[in-house]
Every structure is written in structure tokens, then in C-alpha cells.
Write a protein that binds this ligand. Structure first.
Ligand SMILES: NC(=O)NCCC(=O)O
Ligand SMILES: [Zn+2]
Ligand SMILES: [Zn+2]
Length: 483
């Protein structure tokens, strides 16, 4: 069946213009005027944008002795209800285990996804098996590799492992990613705080100051440069980390930074709340920062030194959070946000003049599609692209509340915030998933998206590294050894 989205204004990362969009089955087949179809969607007064892509989620993730509570069904339903039509989740192998086994587990988990999805592969240890399995991971379309520099004793890898993995990524055209916090320093700060009796959720923030993030970001950037590979820094939360990324980019290094919607609008004052549950629900790594750091992140998005806004959606219920009563290091780290990323970013970004509409599309959709090797299949309104489309009503308002959310958890970190700008219709590969603000997502509709390795940036960097590679100086008349 064909559909036409009529009377709207198309907004992409580089243009804004009035035209209709014709969809046949799962693809956009024409953009123009006087287009006809079996079904009409009226976009009068609305913007027609590429569906959001959240490249940082943890659905049903085994972590800190439990599993995150949103699975691929509830998580992707939440995504669609907020205008996000694709997620990239982290496939997590056991330290010492097979990457390919981990993919099987993630394949099984994702069968009821309501929107399209892909995976990043986490590298939680290094050895011959990982080295040998990485090419097959890439052949399956999983082309980005995550390294945790924090969570000592669990997911953390050391510099030696990271450098080996980055070099392998450079050979294969994969994109390394880092969770940049100095896990050794965090572990010692946690122990000190606990020994001093500082055991509440605020201790989590004290144990992870911006310096531990800035140091790790800088270290990862230098290691990536030595390995000759681009780098994507997840959840960039502070000026120290942003500054390292900005400086590297000014030197021509290929580094990307990803602020989260939580860090852009929520601040460290949340941890001072006298209600233990309120503070613990907001425990995530890195923690929320102060207003100066927020300003730095917003500036980075408009200046182009930061490229993507994600959520790191990793939702735990209040009951799960309470595992950490009396010891903040046991509070499962993570917050939700999938459903709220686009409306909150629109309200605080476009609504206040901190982002243009085109920048909004770039950071929520087009940039992640390009960086992660799936553009213009995703992240674009062009003929031949997947019909992942949001019809955005800029006048529609709601007050965010856990009572009406799709996520499976019992609270929302954005509770009480009024947003203006919401998805009226959402198409997921041509299927209507939100119809006049009503969620109609279908479990099982989502498909795995295989992504391309060795994109243009990776190719250019490899070429440059080859140009400047060390070369032996050929000499005639070498003097005899002095020995
Ligand atoms: N961010 C967080 O606190 N939890 C999810 C896992 C991670 O990304 O570090
Ligand atoms: Zn992380
Ligand atoms: Zn994460």
C-alpha cells in the first residue's frame, strides 16, 4: 500500500522546504507535489523529518547483578512514541567469552523489537579469539566496537587491550567507541568515600568528577591516533571531555562526541535531593554535572565539535535501584530517556534558539546515520531511503509523567517537564507506528540493520596515516660498527 504525507514542511539536516513525501511499502519513492497514494497523512502545520536514531541504548542488559528493565519490545515502543525509529544497542560478551555467542543472545532478545535496530559490539577483554572473531562481527554488519574504560573488575579494559583492539579496528575499518572514565581512579575514590561514611547516591557523583572523564577521553583520543583509527566518545558530559574532543578535532583528528539528553538538561542538584529514591533513580555514569558543563555541551552541538544527542537508555526500577541502599557503588547505573530525547531536545534546543531545526535533525538522526555507516538508508528524506519518518507538531504540548509512559519503569527522570513539540505521526519503514499521537507500534516489525565498515572518514584517515607512516631511510655508505 502507498501513502502520501501531504501539506507538510520537510526538514532535513541541510534543507527546509515545502513538499509531499510518497511512500511505497517500506521506502520513500518520491518527493514533490501532486503525488497520489492509497492513504493520505495530513501534515498541515507540521514538520516532516527523518525518524530519530538513538545510537546508545542498553535494552535488557545484564549489568551490576540485574537486567535493565526495558527490553526490545517496551524500549522500542518507547522510542517510537517519542519519534525515534531506530536504536543501536550494545551487544555485550562475557569477559573471556565469544563475540559470536553474544550476537546470538542479542539476536534472540531483539525478535520483538517494534522499530529497526542494530548492535555495537562491546570488547570486554582481549585475546586471540577476539582478534579472530572481529572480521566475522563486521561481516554481519556490526561495525562499531565499544570499550569501557570504567567499571573496574567487570567490563573495564586496560590501555594495552584498548590499543590492541583499536589497531584491529583500524585494519578492519571498524569504529572504536569508548566509555571514557578512569576506572582505576573511580574505584579508589569510591572506596575512600565509603570508608568516610559517604554512602548515599551523592557519593556516586563525588566519585566520578569531570577530571576522571577528561583524562580518559584524552587518553583514548591519543591511543586512537596512535592506532590510526577514528574514535567515538559516548556520553560526553563535561567541559573537560568536550575540550579534549574539540582540541583533537582542531588538530585534524577524527573524533566524535555524544552528549546525552539527560546531561543537557538535568544537573547535579538532583543528587542533593533529600529523597534517597529520587537521587538514586538519577545515578548514572558519568553523573549529571553543573550548568557550566551543560553550556559547554550545548555550545559544542551548535559549533559542531559534538555531533550526536543520545540517551544511553538503561532503565532500572526503583526496586532495582534500592540494591544500593547503604552503598552507592551497588546502585545499578543507568537512566531512561528513549521516549523523551526528541521532545526534550526540541523544547530546550529549537524552542530556545540553541539549535536550528536542521541542527536538530543532524544530531538526532543524520549524523548518527553517517557516523555508523547506514546513510542514506537511514537519517535522510530522499528517494530510496527507508520510510522512517516523523511528522512533528511543533505546537503540541505535554507534561512528561511516568504515568503515561511506554517504558516499563515506575518513574521518569524528566517528570514534570513540559515539552512543546511532539510526533503526531511516526512511520517505521512505511508502517504507521504513531497515528495522531496514539502509539500503534507492532512487536516484531523491527528488523536488524547491517551497517557498513570502512566509511569515507575511516578510508581518508587510513590513507593519511599511510602517507605519514615511518619509513626506513635508505643510506649508502653506512659506516662500520664502532665496536
Ligand atoms: N551509563 C550508565 O550509567 N549505564 C549504562 C552503561 C554505560 O553506558 O555505562
Ligand atoms: Zn557508559
Ligand atoms: Zn551506555
Amino acid at each position: 500500500m502507498s501513502k502520501v504525507i501531504r501539506n507538510g514542511t520537510i526538514v532535513t539536516a541541510d534543507r527546509t522546504w515545502k513538499a509531499d513525501v510518497l511512500v511505497q511499502h517500506d521506502k520513500i519513492i518520491a518527493i514533490g507535489h501532486d503525488l497520489h497514494a492509497d492513504h493520505e497523512i495530513d501534515a498541515t502545520g507540521c514538520y516532516v523529518m527523518p525518524g530519530g536514531i538513538d545510537p546508545h541504548t542498553h535494552l535488557e542488559m545484564p549489568f551490576m547483578g540485574t537486567y535493565s528493565s526495558d527490553d526490545f519490545e517496551s524500549g522500542t515502543r518507547a522510542a517510537l512514541s517519542g519519534g525515534t525509529t531506530m536504536v543501536i544497542d550494545f551487544c555485550l560478551g562475557d569477559p573471556g567469552g565469544s563475540l559470536l555467542d553474544a550476537i546470538k543472545r542479542w539476536d534472540n532478545k531483539s525478535t520483538r523489537a517494534c522499530c529497526d535496530y542494530s548492535f555495537h559490539m562491546a570488547i570486554t577483554w582481549w585475546g586471540e579469539q577476539v582478534f579472530n572473531e572481529m572480521p566475522e562481527v563486521i561481516e554481519r554488519g556490526i561495525t562499531s566496537f565499544k570499550h569501557f574504560m570504567a567499571y573496574k573488575g567487570a567490563l573495564m579494559v586496560n590501555d594495552d587491550e584498548m590499543y590492541s583492539s583499536f589497531q584491529r579496528c583500524a585494519e578492519l575499518g571498524g569504529l572504536p567507541m569508548v566509555h571514557a572514565e578512569n576506572g582505576d581512579v573511580v574505584a579508589q575514590m569510591q572506596a575512600k568515600l565509603l570508608a568516610e561514611g559517604n554512602n548515599g547516591p551523592e557519593g556516586h557523583a563525588y566519585s566520578r568528577p569531570p577530571e576522571v572523564e577528561g583524562e580518559a577521553t584524552n587518553r583514548a583520543i591519543m591511543i586512537a591516533d596512535m592506532a590510526g583509527v577514528p574514535l567515538y566518545v559516548v556520553h560526553t558530559s563535561c567541559e573537560q571531555s568536550h575540550e579534549a574532543i574539540r582540541r583533537a578535532r582542531q588538530k585534524g583528528m577524527r573524533v566524535y562526541g555524544e552528549p546525552l539528553i539527560q546531561h543537557l538538561v538535568l544537573d547535579e542538584g538532583e543528587y542533593a535531593n533529600p529523597d534517597w529514591d529520587h537521587a538514586a533513580r538519577r545515578v548514572m555514569s558519568p553523573p549529571f554535572r553543573n550548568k557550566q558543563h551543560q553550556d559547554s555541551l550545548w555550545a559544542g552541538l551548535s559549533a559542531g565539535s559534538l555531533q550526536v544527542v543520545a540517551t544511553d537508555h538503561c532503565a532500572f526500577t526503583t526496586e532495582q535501584k534500592r540494591t544500593g541502599v547503604g552503598d552507592f557503588t551497588k546502585i545499578p547505573n543507568g537512566t531512561g530517556g528513549l521516549e523523551d530525547r526528541m521532545p526534550v531536545l526540541w523544547t530546550y534546543g529549537v524552542g530556545r534558539g540553541r539549535l536550528t531545526m536542521n541542527e536538530f535533525v543532524a544530531v538526532t538522526s543524520t549524523n548518527p546515520a553517517k557516523i555508523f555507516g547506514m546513510y542514506p538508508k537511514k537519517g535522510a528524506i530522499v528517494e530510496g531511503a527507508d520510510a522512517d519518518i516523523v511528522v512533528w507538531d511543533p505546537e503540541k504540548k505535554k507534561t512528561i509523567t511516568a504515568k503515561n509512559q511506554q517504558s516499563a519503569i515506575d518513574y521518569n527522570v524528566f517528570e514534570g517537564i513540559e515539552v512543546k513539540g511532539l510526533p503526531k505521526y511516526v512511520l517505521s519503514r512505511g508502517e504507521i507506528a504513531v497515528d495522531n499521537f496514539e502509539v500503534k507500534a507492532k512487536p516484531g516489525h523491527g528488523e536488524f540493520v547491517a551497517r557498513e565498515a570502512r566509511g569515507p572518514v575511516s578510508q581518508a584517515l587510513s590513507q593519511w596515516k599511510e602517507v605519514v607512516a615511518p619509513r626506513k631511510v635508505e643510506r649508502s655508505g653506512i659506516p662500520a660498527s664502532g665496536v
